[in-house]
Design a protein. Structure first.
Length: 512
């Protein structure tokens, strides 16, 4: 027998026959390298087994005080799982078979040979060793599974905590949640988060938190957790894109519990999420600041030209607006007060301005209600356009409808004022391509339209008698289903090679 398998192997022999004990111990087992203990009856053997916990028991079946079965039953009651070989007399093999459930792994019958005993011992020890190795492998596998399960739980917790961190948009709440997550993941008692300017390294914010049972609190007085205590404090940098944006520290100085490498690993992983969240918050804040500035600029540009409702729509989707200048189809409206020069010669300045503003205010109100853009007031004249800054599929219809409502409104207003104050508009409308954008100097700009379409609308206004509306051919094509028009003689428009038909708006066909 290989002594490598027998060194330090302890065998307990229980037999009431002294000769058999001596034979087994001195002639068979000890020469094979086993450590041997003997007992001469069942009670003595049971006590020795529970005291020394041998690797194997050679157990006689028939003994005084306690027989072999009673010893095995007592061991089973004590949860002593010790392999045993039963030694029986010839003819009692059936008893050996019955006691296998009590821990017996093999049996030999008297009289026995040396090799028979050694073979049985080797077989049982080998099976026991294999079973122990198997149990050890299963135990290691269970530990590994438990570790993996714990790791997955930690990662899931880290993911859920980090997700809650990355979705926060309020700065102070974000910083406190980062520290709370660090304390939760590491089990530390105190936490400190410092943000710094990545260019200067100067701290810009500092947040302290302490953990009491399941509550996270921000202490009134600063905790002294920066003093180094070996194994009780951990600090990791918050880095993004190669820049250090802050540091995260946890401490157990108050309860003196050590932090381990697993705590550091989780803290570093959290620090990566935290750095991303802080950087995203910074970028979001910059974006919101830039958006607010752009909105203020857009509002300052358009609030004097369009209705408040249109301004809000522009701010909701500013990409639809390009105030820098672009070619665009528009419908341009010019409205000029007739008889104003004669009226001004016979009126006081105060009365003149009052009457002028009354007429222009009414005209401007109608234009804005049709979501037109007020371009400018030129003395007793108002200029407006449609389809900019926001697109309007029915821009020509809106322009003509605004002109019609202005004329109808003037008739109603004239019923309320003296005859000599009743002024009427001559209105011209043209539809076509024009350049739309800011025109002027850096200090004084005007959102306007320039080009042949604007010139044509102004010329039509100059041709329109008081109380009349003249439109170009393209405008007429776009509104002919809604307004009754009368074609007038051709006119030559400056900048065009051929005369063009113009039309007077005479009435409404549809209230669209």
């Amino acid at each position: 027998m290989d002594k490598i398998h027998t060194e330090n192997t302890h065998i307990l022999v229980i037999d009431d026959t002294i000769e058999i004990l001596a034979f087994l111990k001195e002639d068979i087992l000890e020469p094979a390298g086993f450590k041997v203990t003997v007992a001469t009856d069942g009670e003595e053997g049971l006590a020795a087994a529970l005291e020394t916990w041998p690797d194997l028991i050679l157990l006689d079946y028939e003994m005084p005080r306690m027989n072999g079965i009673e010893v095995l039953q007592a061991l089973q009651q004590q949860a002593a799982d010790i392999p045993a070989i039963l030694i029986t007399s010839h003819g009692s093999e059936n008893v050996a078979v019955d006691v296998f459930r009590l821990g017996v792994r093999d049996y030999v019958t008297k009289p026995f040979a040396v090799q028979e005993i050694l073979t049985a011992v080797e077989r049982v020890l080998t099976l026991t060793r294999l079973q122990q190795e198997r149990d050890a492998l299963f135990a290691a596998l269970e530990r590994t599974n438990a570790q993996l399960t714990h790791r997955l739980q930690q990662l899931d917790t880290l993911y859920r905590v980090s997700k809650s961190v990355t979705t926060l948009q309020e700065r102070n709440q974000l910083l406190e949640r980062i520290i709370d997550a660090a304390l939760y993941l590491t089990g530390a008692r105190d936490g400190l988060l410092i943000l710094m300017n990545p260019d200067t390294g100067i701290p810009t914010a500092q947040v302290l938190r302490e953990h009491w049972d399941r509550q996270f609190n921000t202490p009134i007085e600063a905790l002294n957790i920066e003093t180094h205590s070996y194994g009780m404090m951990m600090n990791v940098p918050l880095q993004f894109g190669g820049r250090t944006v802050g540091s995260l520290t946890v401490s157990n100085k108050r309860n003196r519990e050590l932090l381990n490498q697993e705590d550091r690993r989780l803290l570093r992983m959290l620090a990566d999420y935290a750095a991303i969240s802080i950087e995203n918050f910074r970028l979001l804040a910059e974006s919101e600041t830039r958006l607010e500035r752009e909105n203020r600029e857009l509002r300052s540009i358009f609030e004097h030209y369009v209705s408040p409702a249109v301004v809000e729509r522009i701010l909701q989707n500013p990409r639809n607006v390009q105030p820098g200048g672009q070619w665009q189809t528009v419908s341009v409206l010019f409205a000029d007060l007739r008889e104003f020069t004669a009226f001004s010669a016979s009126s006081s300045p105060e009365a003149l301005i009052t009457i002028l503003n009354r007429h222009l205010t009414q005209a401007a109100g109608v234009i804005l209600s049709e979501e037109g853009t007020l371009d400018k007031f030129l003395g007793d004249e108002v200029m407006a356009f449609f389809n900019a800054p926001l697109p309007q599929e029915d821009h020509a219809l809106r322009a003509v409808r605004a002109a019609w409502r202005i004329q109808q409104g003037m008739r109603q207003t004239h019923e309320l004022i003296p005859l000599h104050q009743r002024l009427r508009f001559g209105i011209g409308i043209a539809t076509g391509e024009a350049i739309v954008g800011n025109v002027g100097t850096p200090d004084l700009v005007n959102f306007t339209v320039v080009g042949q379409t604007a010139n044509k609308a102004h010329m039509l206004q100059e041709l329109a008698p008081a109380g009349k509306i003249l439109i170009c051919h393209r405008t007429r094509q776009l509104v002919k289903e809604h307004f009754e028009v009368q074609e007038l003689p051709l006119v030559h428009i400056k900048g065009q090679q051929h005369p063009e038909p113009i039309y007077e708006v005479r009435g409404i066909l549809s209230e669209t």
